[in-house]
Design a protein around this ligand. Sequence first.
Ligand SMILES: Cc1ncc(COP(=O)(O)O)c(C=O)c1O
Length: 403
Amino acid sequence: MKHSRRAFLEAGLALPAVVTSAPELTIERIPASAQTKDSSFDPWVEIHRENLRHNVQEISRRVAARPILAVIKNNGYGTGVTNIAQLLEPQSELLGFAVVKLHEAISLRDVGIRKPILLLGPLDEQNLADAVGRNILPMVYTPLGPALDKIAAKTQKPVPLHICIDTGIGRVGVPYHQAAPLVRDLAARKSVRIQGTMMTFTEDPDFDKEQLRRFNETCSSLEKDGIALGKKHTASSFALFQHPDAFFDVVRPGMAIYGIYSENEFRHTGVLDLRPAISLKARVIYTKKLRKGDSAGYNRAYLAKDDVWVATLPVGHADGWPRVAAKGAKVRINGDLYPVIASVSASHCIVEIGSEEKVKIGDTAVFFDAQTGSRPEDVSESCGASVYDLTMHLNPLLPRRII
Ligand SMILES: Cc1ncc(COP(=O)(O)O)c(C=O)c1O
């Protein structure tokens, strides 16, 4: 079963983090007033710095040391956009970062990120000027030439930008068959420096080949006329596994950086050794023994077939734990995996412990982490939640702890 494609929640906040072992980082901390209001039972997200470092090195090895443009949109795939940028920036393999929301790009500059930031999201003229003013690279695919002229006239230097060509994904990007006039127009302006040219695969293996052909053909016909397209980039995590012929000058992965296989079938290919760098944890808030016939969950979604111990966990769909988790996901407590039962409500879920009281209030429950059996891909496989939903839908207000 294929679960890994995404349904993006475009909810990127710059997050506070609790740094457990990184005093040298200038990561935002939770204000003391908020910290005192956190219950020790509240769920938290852990970000594993060593696994992040490992994943970046693995990707670099796979792409023969081509520079990596790390996609950290949607709140850094749940890690916190500023946290992740600060953790990754020192790694020499990284060329820079890509985000979708202007406020995410600005928050990166606000915390002192210096590497290039490519903004994949939409911009009006004022946004464009603001972005350029903060040294943020716009991704351009509409006739913005006159606006770019105005900005360059003010700043007295050309605006560096990347051009996005749509070779079949049909969302943003100038359609490849209409790209030439736009690119020629931009290239002819003194106000513009084309620093990169990009496209996005649909990740349909057969159609990807056609997309690559369209991209190559469009680029080479422009290059034949002497137009410099800058660094070309097309490769997301999927392409790292599937399309070595599409690595070009720079690669542009997101999910692989966080150590998660974007498709479950990539796990056993040996192409990349990825180690999850995001965990979701909480503490057991209550245990009880249900008697045979007792119910649990709204609409009595669960009926005990026998006397059985259950544990209540303070994590629900408002925290980002998907409702579908009640259809097969397991949570690890004290080393054992227990099934999520009944239904996932906004702030709670329930796991079935069995005939013995093996779990007590205060024990740590792991919803996903880097261990086999409780990796995000395992949760995805067991209940059908996409790994993109598991990470990107994590409530931005949950505390982040960097370990
Ligand atoms: C334009 C673009 N490039 C790269 C990526 C990274 O994708 P992935 O997380 O699958 O590596 C994304 C994310 O969807 C994207 O929108």
